[in-house]
Design a protein around this ligand. Structure first.
Ligand SMILES: [Zn+2]
Length: 464
């Protein structure tokens, strides 16, 4: 008989995100071989064959899902705190990105993935557009597979093509896509049952020519990969990237559109009609002048978005603050309109439950993983986050969903489980030498700056 790996989480306050389900209940949760097999007010097990975790006083939520983060940029965390998108393009695409070694990629991804797990983000789409050589790609794969996170490596068609953006301008990128993505699919990602998966991070119409768009779409189709495309970035949206995509390759329901801020209504409708999903990064978008956050316009068309950090250059790598930014932007805009009409708002346009769904259910849907993840449901894989409420910022608890979304932060995350495996316990990551990774990151950061003869001066990258 095969020994099953069993864990019983006892007495947690389970916050459900499944549409139509009661919002919260105190339940025991039994996990067997990585899958939630039972949820009930009281579950009895043979103690000897099962790890029992006391979850009384904890709120249990599904692992948070980030559908778009450029993890390689975590090596320069907060360097861009005061950058516009133009500063970003010059620094990251023009100088820092092209100088990355495979070791830089590896260490950036390890600290970025550790930060995500520490903050209860169990599933992350790494929008990686710095595959300078196959060795850089191998380093990225290693970091993903060693991290313990459920991850999707979005294969972006290399920093050389993004560097081309600086020479040719928006919409003109024509460097042919690398075929190395095929090697990654065959060598590392041959099964779609793996915890770590591969996707196409395509350039799209704001960066690439029609021919390149068509080739990248064909690669994704031939390799059976989902795609993610940036669109609606400030004035680049005038290039009409969704229409361009439709003409070059057709629109598919396995595509996630990132940002969408400045897209026209008819292009948003094209996305809605295609069944595609959207990832919004409200905190980053507000900071970096990408355009007005698109959430209200998306909801009006029936698109419920997922959310994302985008880059840790100018926001922190945790989704609690992104959920709050989503709420703030939508409520701020809607309330201002009502007040301007001469009355006071009588209802809010978006609830905390809505944004918790964006950060879990909708994220899993955008990653093509909703059947396995995105909610605490019998039959789904056990990606579970326990938030300890016995903290100065959370106790007493009156409304659990509200407490998670507007009150919690990564320091409240006591336990994190990915497919049944505990990766954070007693408020600390396990099976990782975090201190050593962070020390290496500091060394790599300084060495890269030395190699290119640059330094940061009041936040801006300058020659040294
Ligand atoms: Zn992005």
């Amino acid at each position: 008989m095969v020994n099953r790996q069993r864990t019983l989480l006892v007495g947690g306050l389970v916050v459900a995100v499944d549409p139509g389900q009661p919002e919260s209940a105190v339940l025991d949760v039994l996990v067997e071989d990585g899958v939630i097999v039972q949820m009930a007010p009281s579950i009895t097990v043979d103690q000897g064959a099962c790890e029992v975790l006391d979850m009384r006083g904890r709120i249990l939520i599904p692992g948070l899902v980030d559908t778009h983060r450029h993890l390689w940029q975590s090596l320069f965390r907060y360097a861009g705190a005061d950058w516009t998108i133009e500063n970003y393009v010059q620094a990251m695409w023009g100088k820092l990105g092209p100088a990355y070694t495979p070791e830089d990629v590896y260490i950036a991804l390890r600290i970025g993935l550790a930060e995500a797990l520490d903050a209860g983000c169990t599933q992350i789409f790494d929008w990686n557009h710095n595959h300078l050589t196959p060795e850089h790609s191998d380093a990225a794969v290693a970091a993903h597979m060693e991290s313990g996170a459920r991850s999707i490596l979005g294969y972006g068609q290399s920093m050389t093509t993004l560097g081309e953006f600086l020479r040719t301008g928006p919409g003109n990128g024509s460097i042919p896509p690398s075929e190395d993505i095929r090697r990654l699919r065959e060598t590392y990602y041959s099964s779609d049952d793996q915890l770590n998966r591969l996707a196409m991070a395509a350039r799209g119409g704001e960066v690439a020519t029609t021919e390149v768009i068509a080739t990248e779409a064909r690669q994704a189709r031939e390799l059976g990969l989902r795609s993610s495309i940036h669109a609606g970035n400030a004035n680049w949206a005038k290039l009409r990237p969704v229409e361009k995509q439709q003409a070059a390759a057709g629109l598919t329901d396995d595509t996630t559109w990132v940002h969408c801020n400045a897209l026209s209504d008819d292009e948003l409708r094209l996305i809605a009609d295609s069944g595609g999903t959207v990832s919004v990064s409200p905190e980053l978008e507000l900071h970096m002048a990408i355009g007005p956050v698109a959430i209200r316009r998306l909801l009006a068309l029936g698109i419920r978005p997922s959310i994302s950090v985008d880059t840790c250059l100018n926001v922190s790598g945790e989704l609690f603050s992104v959920m709050r930014a989503a709420l703030s932007s939508v409520r701020g805009d809607a309330n201002a309109e009502v007040i301007a009409s001469g009355i006071n708002p009588l209802e809010l346009p978006l609830s905390t439950r809505d944004v918790l769904q964006f950060a879990t259910w909708e994220g899993a849907r955008a990653n093509g993983l909703l059947e396995r993840t995105g909610s605490l449901t019998v039959g789904k894989e056990a990606d579970i986050v326990a938030i300890n409420t016995h903290r100065a910022n959370l106790m007493p608890v009156s409304y659990p969903t509200g407490a998670v979304v507007v009150g919690a932060n990564p320091a409240n995350v006591e336990l994190v489980m990915v497919r049944g495996r505990v990766v954070k316990r007693d408020f600390a990551l396990v099976d990782v030498n975090l201190a050593a990774l962070l020390d290496r990151a500091q060394v790599q950061n300084e060495a890269l700056l030395r190699r290119i003869g640059s330094r940061f001066e009041t936040g801006l990258l300058v020659d040294s």
